[in-house]
Design a protein around this ligand. Structure first.
Ligand SMILES: Nc1ncnc2c1ncn2[C@@H]1O[C@H](COP(=O)(O)OP(=O)(O)OP(=O)(O)O)[C@@H](O)[C@H]1O
Length: 734
């Protein structure tokens, strides 16, 4: 074989998965224009070989050259010339036939003009014109396969890999597909096809049969049928047509001189010793001449593979392989490997153009979003609802604590005390009771959180100038409520006492202190002034933080699925065999979500300003710019999840793992300064921590860029770490 005719050359190709060897020392060559069929039972290693030839799976040993270059090391430069139709439907179900074709055209870098030409050519070839505007997911099995073929041909490849292209489609569709393959082969395209169908194997120019990860036999169908192992010397092969063939099969197998008998539809293929005449065979079957039809046949490929599999089980696959190789070496087939030496291709891959295909991916993502309005709803409407619901729900101002009152005095002074409690607005009279049992029951039942007990001689003791005790019982279950109740009660007690003390002190010549008007006053007057949020409105504090949390929630969850969804649908494998660059793929997936995230940010900011009355005191432009920085970080985090997770369920779980510390440790709910040191250190690794600082700084305190430098630096570092982590983790290989 002329070297320039060799399109694929494989030598000692081996692939192990842990201890399991999926492909063992496989060698073969494929010449230009051939239809090379790879056959073998399920799990024999066909797809694994194709993946290695496509450069998306590194070999463990040995290597291959495809179109004259190393299949793994130079895979990126081979990809533009190779097409791949994978075993499972791996196009975008929510894109139309036209959109799928255009996407694949763009990803191979076809110009608009060329794309139009190629689209027409492949649509004419596959006859898919009538379905151009139909969603790919709604096509029937046969048309899906034609679309997949059309997409794999859009860039006019020289070499096409088809992994079980006819699996699950009807015989007519199968025949049509094969007609297309013949046409392609006629145009000089080299085809490598895996199949389980023997009639398809017969149509190949060369066939390799894999058994238990070894390439058992390799040659042209005619050569394989002529192998002495298939019809050993002294034997003949007949096709036997009998009534009830299935019943006759077991009888035949038990007859002396019958080496093998296999059912082929309604007939039996029998290999018998030449010593057994056709008459004797009919006699064995106990059937009349009219009932049995017998004709000598040459073996079919199915006979070849059934016999070889049986022999391999008996003799051992390696022994049989050597034996056959010797037989075939007498009359070398064109698919045999020449004596060239092959480099081991486990070296590092040469990178391709990293941003290649960005535009194609970007457009595709927008198409997906357009077809899934629920994504837009999730991104734009849900955050607003969340902001409103959480913004109102998370109100830390504690008021109207239910209070039970047991007033055993009942006179003017006692009533004034109760009124003073209620006037603080921190307490609300839930119940007035008249005995201790009801008093305690109100507290234990949870109806009241605070119990005020006024003793029977409260007024008398007060008037006599004696110290009198007010009992305030507080339910400590909810520490925030209890703390508020406690401090309010203590302050109130102090104020009431002060009022009484003041009226007594008026009569004294020496007072503890006097104010500028000469009135009795406390010696030390502490004056506090609240800055930035003078009304202590909790919405002012929480809503900006909430924006950070919601922005992260939505962007993280959406991008977490970006890669993993393609992996699960099988479309990622299809993308890997195209020349799309790593960054092109990643950024193409990020941009659309970043844009929608920005719109979402504007909406939630408007809700904050107009619905909650929280104005942005600082620069809105600075806020938007730093929000974009945060968004890059959050989208990168989602992308990282997508590269780590192998299923969408795993992605959700990872996203939750990230979300939890973001909510609890970022300072959104609890002050970071109060956290134990190890936890406090962890909070520096949470991007939303910095963003919440930035949001609160700009919105509440009118902080400028210089005030926010530490947070901006932290956020930038987080963003860089996350993005470079995702890019490094994401390899264009399985
Ligand atoms: N990533 C992987 N990790 C572990 N094992 C794998 C992996 N990929 C393939 N295998 C195993 O390698 C063997 C060969 O798989 P492969 O898909 O190549 O078989 P096949 O001949 O194409 O089978 P089928 O006809 O069913 O598609 C199988 O046992 C499979 O389970």
């Amino acid at each position: 074989m002329n070297d320039s005719d060799v399109v694929i050359e494989v030598r000692d190709l081996t692939r192990r998965f842990g201890d399991f060897t999926a492909v063992r020392n496989v060698s073969f060559a494929v010449k230009r224009g051939a239809i090379f069929g790879l056959l073998g039972p399920n799990g024999s290693g066909k797809s694994t070989i194709i993946r290695m030839l496509l450069g998306i799976l590194p070999p463990s040993d040995g290597g291959a050259t495809v179109l004259g270059k190393d299949a793994y090391v130079d895979s990126e430069s081979i990809k533009p010339r190779v097409g791949y139709m994978s075993q499972h439907f791996s196009l975008y179900a929510d894109l139309t036939v036209r959109e799928n074709l255009e996407f694949y055209g763009r990803i191979y870098g076809l110009s608009s003009e060329r794309l139009e030409q190629r689209k027409k050519a492949v649509m004419d070839l596959t006859g898919i014109n009538d379905f151009v505007n139909q969603l790919a997911g709604t096509l029937s099995g046969g048309w899906k396969q034609r679309l997949a073929l059309a997409c794999s041909l859009i860039h006019e490849p020289d070499l096409l890999f088809l992994d079980e292209p006819t699996a699950g489609i009807d015989p007519v569709a199968r025949r049509h597909l094969w007609d297309l393959l013949f046409e392609l082969s006629g145009r000089g395209v080299t085809l490598v096809v895996t199949t389980h169908y023997m009639d398809e194997a017969e149509r190949c120019t060369d066939v390799g049969y894999l058994y238990m990860s070894r390439l058992l036999v390799l040659g042209k169908p005619g050569e394989l049928k002529a192998l002495p192992q298939i019809t050993p010397e002294g034997t003949k092969r007949y096709e036997v047509r009998v009534p009830r063939a299935t019943e006759q099969l077991s009888m035949l197998r038990q007859q002396q001189g019958v080496r093998d008998a296999t059912l082929f539809g309604e007939t039996l293929h029998v290999l018998i010793d030449e010593s057994v005449s056709p008459e004797k065979l009919k006699e064995h079957l106990g059937l009349s001449d009219q009932e049995v039809e017998l004709r000598p046949i040459s073996p079919s490929l199915e006979d070849v593979f059934v016999t070889l599999t049986a022999n391999a089980e008996k003799e051992g696959a390696d022994e049989l392989k050597e034996e056959i190789a010797e037989e075939l070496s007498d009359e070398p087939g064109e698919a045999q490997v020449g004596p060239t030496s092959m480099p081991k291709s486990v070296a590092k891959r040469k990178p391709g153009k990293t941003l290649f295909g960005l535009w194609a991916i970007l457009m595709k993502e927008f198409f997906h979003i357009r077809r899934q309005p629920i994504t837009l709803f999730f991104m734009l409407v849900v955050p607003v609802m969340q902001t409103i619901i959480f913004g109102y729900a998370i109100d830390t101002e504690i008021e109207n604590i239910p209070m039970v009152v047991l007033d055993l005095d009942g006179r003017q002074h006692a009533r004034e005390v109760v009124a003073a409690f209620l006037n603080t607005r921190k307490f609300q009279l839930e119940q007035r009771v008249y005995d201790s049992e009801s008093f305690h029951r109100a507290l234990t039942s949870g109806r009241a959180k605070v119990g005020l007990k006024i003793p029977p001689n409260f007024s008398d003791q007060l008037l006599r100038g004696e110290q009198v005790q007010l009992q305030v019982l507080i339910d400590g279950s909810d520490s925030q409520v209890a703390t508020t109740a406690q401090s309010t009660a203590q302050l109130l007690g102090l104020n009431l006492s002060m009022g009484r003390a003041k009226s007594v002190a008026e009569t004294l010549s020496v007072a503890p202190a006097r104010d500028e008007n000469g009135e009795i006053a406390l010696p030390i007057d502490t004056r506090t002034r609240l800055l930035y949020n003078p009304d202590l409105d909790s919405a002012h504090f929480f809503v900006p933080g909430l924006i950070g949390i919601i922005l992260q929630l939505v962007t993280l969850f959406l991008t977490s699925f970006a890669i993993v969804r393609e992996r699960e649908h099988g479309t990622l494998e299809q993308l890997f065999v195209t020349p799309v660059g790593r960054m092109g793929l990643l950024l193409g997936k990020l941009f659309p979500y970043a844009m929608i995230g920005f719109v979402e940010l504007l909406i939630v900011l408007s809700v904050m300003i107009y619905a909650f009355g929280v104005p942005v005191n600082g620069s809105i432009l600075l806020l938007l710019a730093l929000s974009m920085l945060f968004m890059v970080c959050s989208l990168g985090l989602g992308l990282f999840v997508s590269t780590v997770a192998t299923t969408q369920l795993e992605a959700v779980q990872f996203a939750f793992i990230i979300m939890l510390p973001s909510v609890l440790l970022s300072g959104f709910m609890f002050p970071r300064s109060e956290m134990p040191l190890p936890i406090y250190v962890i909070t520096f690794a949470i991007p939303v921590t910095y963003f919440i600082e930035i949001l609160r700084g700009i919105v509440l305190r009118a902080a400028d860029f210089w005030d926010l430098i530490p947070s901006v630096l932290g956020l930038t570092l987080c963003g860089l770490a996350v993005l470079s982590g995702s890019v490094m983790r994401f390899q264009k290989r399985l």
